[in-house]
Design a protein around this ligand. Structure first.
Ligand SMILES: *[C@@H]1O[C@H](CO)[C@@H](O)[C@H](O)[C@H]1NC(C)=O
Ligand SMILES: *[C@@H]1O[C@H](CO)[C@@H](O)[C@H](O)[C@H]1NC(C)=O
Length: 140
């Protein structure tokens, strides 16, 4: 409900996404097509207690997709220095072609919320040691 209310109703400006069924079907289709988890594994980036420099993860992703996704992290716990990946965002054109997230957004929808539910604590990852957690993080 949250994803539809917050993001779907904005995406529904597009004919191809103008119903809940279309929106969620497309999301699943893109998710399967990206196959992010398998590609990361193939590139030797495994979830768990191994730490990676952010640049290594970024380069791996760019080598597969030829675009740079937006990687957002949770800041290190107090007294620690490893940030944790919270989410990896891929950006698409309106025709669902991957594009660099860094490119400026043309006619973005003003009503679109940027923050998914429960991710207020996420910020752009710093160029430092990064944990790719093996489980879904629970936010406070
Ligand atoms: C994304 O940006 C990189 C580096 O600037 C560039 O090499 C690549 O071609 C871009 N990809 C697309 C799909 O525009
Ligand atoms: C990145 O570094 C800045 C400046 O030190 C800090 O404010 C921010 O919280 C850090 N972000 C993460 C995800 O650790």
């Amino acid at each position: 409900k949250h994803e539809w209310d917050k993001h779907g109703t904005c995406a529904a400006m597009l004919e191809s996404l103008n119903s809940q069924k279309k929106y969620f079907s497309k999301a699943l289709e893109l998710y399967e097509k990206l196959d992010l988890n398998s590609y990361l594994l193939k590139l030797g980036i495994k979830p768990g207690n191994t730490y990676y420099q952010l640049g290594v993860i970024k380069e791996a992703l760019t080598s597969v997709y030829n675009v740079t996704p937006k990687i957002q992290c949770l800041s290190p716990e107090q007294g620690e220095e490893v940030q944790t990946i919270g989410q990896i965002k891929f950006c698409f054109t309106k025709d669902f072609i991957l594009r660099n997230c860094t490119e400026s957004k043309v006619d973005s929808c003003p009503a679109c919320g940027n923050m998914p539910f429960g991710t207020e604590e996420l910020s752009t990852c710093n160029d430092t040691l990064t944990n790719y957690p093996s489980h879904v993080l629970l936010y406070k």
